[in-house]
Design a protein. Sequence first.
Length: 198
Amino acid sequence: MTDFSFEFPVNRNVGIMGRNGAGKSTMMRLMAGIEPPDFGHVYRTSRVSWPLGFAGGFNGSMTGIENIRFVSRIYGQDTERVISYVTEFAELGRSLRLPIKTYSSGMRARLAFGLSMAIDFDVYLIDEITAVGDEDFKKKSKAVFQDKLAKSQIIIISHSPGTIAQYCDCGLLLEGDQIRFFDQVDDLLLAYKELNTR
């Protein structure tokens, strides 16, 4: 994409759709500040999360607790409050005292999701919604997530029309070297359907 400029609407939930390899996850990493742009600038005027459940920023040699403390300090949070929240939410028990590199992918995802929910953001970035853990944990995660949505905006990547329809009211379609904005989510879903029938 070249010469792309876009201002995300305030107080609206935005869906991002497109085929695999279109650049959706790259766009989200740019928004989160995980990856710098090759040229141009990304301006944030709101408190923006990292992609929900993103565990790539953890230091594998540090314990779960140490990683929670590190992230808490970066975001100016009360470290003990965040540790208490994540300990209760993630249900990892003694494993929080072990290095992250010993965790399974499911354990890392639980820790990352719990940490995401422990900090209040104006905008939550979500790169596909993935359910982690047993049924009780999934229910708990969904309840907390719904509570956050009542007070925050989301920008979500998904290939699922049902997910986009459920959470979003407008969106972007990435197609080749073009990005198109749709003010109504139904128009986005129709364009995405047409894209996949070509």
